[in-house]
Design a protein around this ligand. Structure first.
Ligand code: AMO
Length: 439
């Protein structure tokens, strides 16, 4: 008996077959995407990783037995076809395949949970319930190919800049960004939490002499609200640099995004086409606007905001319309930023904290950090946090902690911007939100 892997070994992917190959015998393997039986002729579209290819079976040219095999092809069944390439100006890539053999590799059950031919727009929940099938649609899997490119470029970028990649624990003992957004878990006889940010660990790495570190990893936020921008589990790209100011790391962030956009533009043309999305590539430096300017902008439009408040949704919308694509918000009040944020030397009410926005969406937050032990201790107390819970973190600040800065950027949100997705759930394979814990 032929080994099943020998049986389904293809000679070509769909996109590798072209009219110049007319007359050649090839083998393709894929899912039955669509069948059109016109009586004397049957068309079967076969889908693989890279696209669609058409099988054409005219009853005049093909044995009855093979014709029966073609007719038996069910939607989403995996088949391997040995066939002769023929030019066709009506089929994808200008070719059709005239079959000489069909092997059924695995039969799909019917009815299907989703229509992979994209003619029926399914609800998000239905799609997520059968995500494996949802990703058979090219415009859906395009998002994940682009996300993969975003992460690939990001890693390469950091390696090229001599950063060390780190991985830090996601089972943690204390909050980093303030105490309300934590998922408590039972950790043997102790209480623990799912990490909401690698913040404390990446800062401790500054005390090791590694200088520049990055991490790409899960963050967990017990956000109650159900929005198109928040999930309870997200991917954060975190960077931290010793001996560099908040302005230095803002430049790093801007440069990284420009590199990511360039790579996506160069390497993901097919995916962007599948999505019908045009990349928004900024020319020149990202504009900067101070928090105080933001308040003026917001209040001079149809929204309200007071000094000391975070941006509300209406404020974000106004800003998005006023500022356009990528821009930084700087000089945030120290009072509303986390304890580790370095206040401005000349005006400690204001801080070195910045946010990077894309229109009305926050992509990243960062700052210079406090490296002085006494000041850090004082800030913990000022934020009503218990320094004793931060003892092991604080220790790293006692024995030569370099001045340092960094940021964290939501990889899923960046993917939203780059793919044009309106709902963050589109950019996450198996999103975790208030209502969804499976699959
Ligand atoms: P912050 O809390 O602003 O900062 O998070 C950084 C970035 O992570 C993304 N993000 C999220 N994405 C989806 N769903 C969520 N619930 C969610 N929460 C956050 C956003 C956000 O801008 N320690 C700091 C970073 C630093 O200063 O280095 C931090 O965690 O894109």
């Amino acid at each position: 008996m032929t080994n099943i892997f020998d049986k389904c070994k293809r000679t070509h992917y769909s996109d590798q077959v072209n009219p110049e190959m007319a007359g050649e015998t090839i083998k393709v393997t894929g899912w039955v995407h669509e069948i059109r039986d016109l009586g004397g002729i049957v068309f079967v579209l076969i889908r693989d990783k890279n696209g669609l290819i058409q099988l054409t079976a005219p009853s005049k040219k093909i044995s009855e037995e093979l014709m029966a095999d073609v007719r038996a092809a069910r939607k989403e069944t995996i088949i391997t076809v040995t066939a002769t390439v023929q030019e066709s100006n009506k089929a994808p890539n200008g070719v059709e395949l005239i079959p000489s053999n069909i092997d059924v590799i695995n039969v799909s059950q019917l009815p299907l949970p989703l229509d992979t031919t994209e003619k029926v727009d399914a609800e998000m929940d239905t799609r997520l319930d059968s995500r494996f099938m949802d990703l058979r649609k090219h415009d859906v899997n395009a998002i994940f190919k682009i996300k993969s490119q975003i992460l690939h470029t990001t890693r390469n970028y950091f390696y090229d800049k001599d950063f060390t990649e780190i991985t830090t624990p996601k089972l943690v003992a204390s909050a980093t960004e303030g105490g309300t957004e934590l998922f408590p878990i039972t950790y043997f006889e102790k209480e623990a939490f799912l990490g909401q940010s690698p913040q404390l660990y990446k800062q401790m790495m500054m005390a090791t002499g590694l200088d520049n570190v990055f991490e790409i990893g899960q963050i967990f936020r017990a956000e109650e609200h159900d929005t198109l921008r928040h999930l309870n589990e997200a991917i954060s790209i975190d960077a931290e640099m010793s001996f560099n100011s908040h302005e230095d790391v803002m430049n790093l962030l801007e440069d990284l995004i420009k590199n990511v956009l360039k790579d996506v533009e160069d390497k993901c043309t097919v995916q962007l086409e599948d999505l019908g999305h045009e990349l928004d590539i900024p020319t020149g430096a990202f504009p900067k606007v101070t928090y105080e300017e933001v308040i003026d902008i917001v209040n001079s439009h149809d929204a309200e905001m007071e000094y000391g408040e975070d941006l509300n949704r209406a404020a974000e919308k106004v800003l998005g319309e006023t500022m356009g694509s990528y821009y930084f918000i700087t000089d945030w009040p120290t009072k509303i930023k986390p304890f580790y944020v370095m206040p401005k030397e000349d005006d400690p009410e204001k801080s070195t904290a910045f946010d990077l926005m894309y229109r009305d969406l926050e992509l990243s937050s960062g700052s210079q950090r406090i490296h002085d032990y006494d000041l850090l201790y004082k800030q913990l107390e000022a934020k009503d946090l218990n320094p004793a819970s931060f003892e092991k973190y604080l220790q790293a600040f006692k024995y030569g902690m370099p001045p340092h800065s960094g940021w964290g950027m939501g990889a899923d949100r960046l993917t939203m911007v780059i793919t044009g997705a309106k709902n963050i759930r589109e950019t996450v394979l198996f999103p975790r939100d208030r209502r969804r814990l499976t699959p």
